[in-house]
Ligand binder design. Structure first.
Ligand code: SF4
Length: 477
């Protein structure tokens, strides 16, 4: 029996802390999982000392991506969804100075960040983003566990067999989908748009009430990240001296309009007279704002990753403030259902990990997700939705990952704006096309992206060993 991975919309769109889903959120979750493992085995109380080994891409860009901080916060029992992010710096400083760590907030051990978090250049075989947690127990015995952060905050253990055993069987979804052609066939057979097919699948996992409240939370975090970004001045952390740009950009765009909450802000933006050049600026401003929040360890939604977190919300805002002033949460829900499904097609058929596929796997996928979501809301047929996703990815193929100084800032922040603009353009082209005669099916572009990923030199896969990362020095900035 053919097994098809059932990916929930809430696996693709997750609340997390920046700057990276694979290098921050994933390692954070891995640390939490390891603590849970120790508790399950009954060895938690015996732990005397902990050491973390970060490998491959997690090591090469780990400092810029705050991988060390994320793993430590996970060990301390903090959760990326609920933690008060304003206390992160103080928490880490306390551990650095005291050389003590409260594992799971319950048990104090000696811990030196400088000595007990090791960045290893070596790559583990299974995946470029490997990490091993090691503990010494009171008895003198040692225990360790390795995890792999495979993109978008997903974390797996080494054993492929176990991973596939845990995979839910395709029987759990009423409409099992591995390829875009299957999704399209269900839409035709049921005479339903893509969002309804995805909703039916999601309803097999949770009630519609839970889906609505979960998606409302996702949208609220997206909106808040745009709002915070547009209202925060200053320079981003990390040493590149990157000035936050969305603040001034937003001030010029919003003018004298008054508002006192993120919801009123949407209405205020709708009141501004938006001309063509301003549309591009508004969309860029929304995308940049999210990724400035992400770069400063703020709270964003992975869509499908943290590095590409700005593309989908900025296109959703575009729909709300430019295309449809009557848009409601129902529209945002449809957008997210379609976008999530497009993202999961890429995850199943290729990758959403920059360490595996370069930036095409992040910004390219986010652009395809946004293009698909927008096309359905603009009245596109399922064929046009898939065509829009295909166009968006087609023009990101081969995009490399080369973050300067390993920070998710340059080129990452602007790339979200470019991904968003391409998504809108892809939707418009698809809506003007007879998508039943599309020359390049979405499945083919997914295959091509994966082939390109496999051929791509490793220095362009989130290692900061090629491209802009080696052309531009910190001292030049
Ligand atoms: S270059 Fe692209 S893939 Fe690499 S960290 Fe930046 S946004 Fe992510």
């Amino acid at each position: 029996m053919r097994k098809i991975e059932c990916i929930s919309i809430f696996d693709m769109l997750k609340v997390g802390v920046g700057p990276s889903s694979s290098h921050t959120l994933g390692p954070w979750r891995a640390a939490q999982r390891w603590i849970a493992e120790l508790q399950k085995k009954g060895t938690f109380e015996e732990v005397e000392h902990i050491h973390i080994d970060l490998y491959g891409s997690l090591s090469l860009t780990g400092i810029g991506h705050a991988t060390d901080i994320a793993t430590i916060l996970g060990l301390c029992g903090h959760d990326p969804v609920t933690m008060d992010i304003s206390i992160i710096d103080a928490e880490i400083q306390k551990i650095r100075e005291s050389k003590k760590l409260q594992i799971n907030g319950e048990k104090e051990i000696d811990f030196s960040i400088a000595d007990d978090v090791k960045f290893n250049r070596k790559f583990l075989d299974f995946h470029p983003n490997g990490m091993t947690f090691r503990a010494k127990l009171k008895s003198g015995k040692k225990t360790s566990s390795s995890f792999y952060s495979i993109g978008g905050g997903f974390v797996v253990k080494k054993e492929r067999k176990n991973a596939s055993k845990k995979m839910k069987s395709f029987m759990e979804f009423p409409f099992p989908i591995e390829k875009a052609t299957e999704l399209l066939a269900y839409c035709k057979a049921e005479n339903k748009p893509i969002s309804e097919i995805v909703l039916e699948n999601e309803k097999s996992l949770r009630s519609e009430e839970e889906i609505n409240s979960g998606l409302k939370q996702i949208w609220d975090v997206m909106l808040e990240s745009m709002y915070i970004g547009c209202h925060t001045e200053g320079t981003l952390p990390g040493g590149l001296n990157v000035k936050r740009r969305s603040f001034e950009m937003h001030q010029r765009l919003i003018g004298e309009e008054k508002y006192d909450s993120p919801e009123n802000w949407i209405t205020a933006i709708r009141r501004t007279e938006v001309k063509f050049r301003q549309i591009l600026k508004w969309v860029s401003c929304f995308a940049i704002s999210v990724n400035e929040v992400n770069a400063s360890l703020g709270r964003v939604v992975t869509a499908p990753t943290n590095g590409s977190a700005g593309t989908v919300p900025s296109v959703m805002m575009y729909y709300m403030v430019i295309e449809n002033h009557e848009a409601t949460f129902e529209d945002m829900k449809r957008f997210m259902l379609v976008a999530g499904e497009i993202g999961s097609l890429f995850k199943k058929g290729a990758t959403i990990s920059a360490a595996m596929g370069g930036c095409q796997a992040e910004i390219g996928v986010s652009s395809a997700m946004a293009a698909g979501g927008l096309t359905e809301l603009l009245g596109g047929t399922p064929e046009q939705v898939l065509m829009a996703a295909e166009i968006a990815m087609e023009h990101h193929l081969g995009l490399t990952c080369d973050p300067i100084a390993g920070l998710v800032q340059v080129p990452c922040i602007e790339r979200n704006a470019m991904g968003a603009i391409k998504a809108i353009n892809a939707a418009e082209i698809a809506l003007e096309s007879d998508a039943t005669k599309a020359k390049v099916p979405l499945d083919k572009v997914i295959e091509t992206m994966w082939d390109t990923a496999k051929d791509m030199n490793s220095k362009y896969k989130e290692t900061s060993e090629g491209g802009l990362a080696v052309k531009v020095n910190l001292s030049d900035c």
